[in-house]
Design a protein around this ligand. Sequence first.
Ligand SMILES: [Fe+2]
Length: 297
Amino acid sequence: MDGYAQKVVVMAISIKELHSSLGAEIGGVDLSIPLAPDVKQEIDTAWQRYGVLVFRNQEVTDAEHVKFSRCFGELEVLPETERTDSSLPEIFILSNVDSAGEILPEENEAVVFNSLTWAWHTDSCYRKVPSKGAILHGIEVVKGGGGETRFANLRRALEEMPVVLRDRVEGLKGQHSWAWMRSHRNLPEMNPAEAAKVPPVQHKLIRKHLDGSESLYISPIYMQRIVGWSEEATRDLVDELTGWATQERYVYEHSWEEHDVLMWDNTWTMHMVMPYDSSSQRRVMHRTAIAGIDQVI
Ligand SMILES: [Fe+2]
């Protein structure tokens, strides 16, 4: 050493609550470099507590995005490969812009697919083991209204649910189906090989978590039926539950800035994107999904 004391920089993360029900902004973290174990632990704890974490100004590459995501579990690869980046199958591209940088026409399948996110859902509920969470990087974001993402706290919504409504939900299972969702949203039918990878699955409407807590588990656009119910009766109940769970007091709305990275818990929140004019507004998002853990409770 040449006489100068070696400087050790310890980065402290900051946590700012964004809504009384869920959501927190995390500062003091650079997602493009490996996380120190204590920082990873702090993020994990905040994620469990707030459900949705916001990291501002994170101009990460897809490889850095994947690396950060892997700190929190195994990553999912989507059933349809055409909408994932060929070199990084864990990255799911949500975009209305083609590879030449032009806005895609309204009828383009990717644009139709994007519009599905304008309805409340939880990601990958159509899997036997739905994803634990997702991490979304806003590369080009809508300016001037629309494109915000809303998140609802389904744990709080269940806790405060009127007893008469809760009694009706107790013991019910919902059938979630990727193929059914597609058939109801003007998307081309899946080929048999793709469909075989994602057969309909059933999940209880009241989800019990490993820590003993409970939450509502609904994903309206994928819920083909409540098991044993007609489609009409199913829609009535799902609409009623969605109305209850998406009251203002349970919902955080995120207004995107370029290079925001959002990380959310899919096990006790659901989300939707606010509609925007996709014929004039560019929106390019890259997402990873953290695989869930099989829990039979
Ligand atoms: Fe989603």
